[in-house]
Design a binder for this molecule. Structure first.
Ligand SMILES: [Mn+2]
Length: 252
């Protein structure tokens, strides 16, 4: 095993002590990756490094070799669990799906980390009604569904050393997505507003603790034609417009 293999990050700099964020990348959802990345960078008050987790790159580097299974709805279904390895098993790092839109400063999430946990995430109690998602990929139901879509990894935690490339390439979806390398008391919880599931979680008027800080378009977002008008879709489309304008400024 080669240790310390790094992906190239996507915002050009490596400031000291910056927080590493790995975003699952899928070629079918390139735009959602761009907007997710933009929404994080724009609101962050701390230095962050963003790395897309691209399966083709991982395969080239020899870190990822497993065959794609029928139940994998994205290219990062399993590669996400390489986050501690890609962080050299040091410090805290975050994995997040590309279908997120951040509405608040990521520092506020990082302020919640507790060293006693190996991972921290939203503990959704969630059984989806839909049987297909996005462009027809099969929706599967399992315990701890969606927990792995946004995870703070305590990469230096001894238990996360289990997540070697060999294990990530070999283990079942159940083992990985249900965090079966950990005991329950090693899985910390953060408020659901950091992984606010469109179509599942609800805003309660006047109750600020229910206002989303990160929206998760888990069924498909406005980058897919059939989800243009989904709940919170306007926020994503506005963010896309801003992202495009900023890019134009940089070209001028
Ligand atoms: Mn997702």
């Amino acid at each position: 095993m080669t240790s310390g293999t790094q992906l190239s990050n996507d915002n050009g700099s490596h400031p000291k002590n910056s927080f590493k964020i790995f975003i699952g990348y899928d070629p079918r959802e390139d735009l959602s990756y761009e907007v997710c990345r933009y929404s994080l960078l724009k609101r962050s008050s701390i230095p962050i490094e963003i790395y897309p987790i691209k399966q083709s790159q991982l395969r080239e580097k020899g870190i990822y070799w497993r065959e794609r299974g029928k139940l994998e709805s994205t290219e990062f279904s399993f590669s996400r669990f390489l986050t501690p390895y890609l962080s050299n098993y040091e410090g805290w790092a975050m994995f997040v799906d590309c279908d997120f839109l951040y509405l608040d400063d990521i520092k506020k999430l990082l302020d919640l980390v507790d060293e006693k946990y190996a991972v921290m995430c939203v503990h959704h109690d969630y059984t989806p009604k839909e049987t297909t998602k996005m462009d027809g990929a099969v929706q599967t139901v399992y315990p701890r569904k969606n927990w792995s879509s946004m995870v703070l990894y305590n990469c230096g935690h001894i238990k996360n050393k289990v997540l070697t490339p060999e294990v990530v390439n070999r283990e079942t979806g159940a083992f990985l997505h249900r965090f079966q390398w950990l005991s329950d008391d090693e899985i910390g919880e953060v408020p659901f507003v950091w992984n606010f599931l469109v179509g599942h979680n609800k805003v309660v008027e006047g109750d600020e603790s229910t206002f989303p800080k990160a929206i998760h378009y888990t069924l498909g977002g406005p980058w897919f034609e059939q989800w243009k008008n989904c709940e919170f879709g306007d926020l994503w489309l506005n963010e896309l417009e801003e992202c495009k304008k900023d890019e134009e400024k940089m070209v001028d």
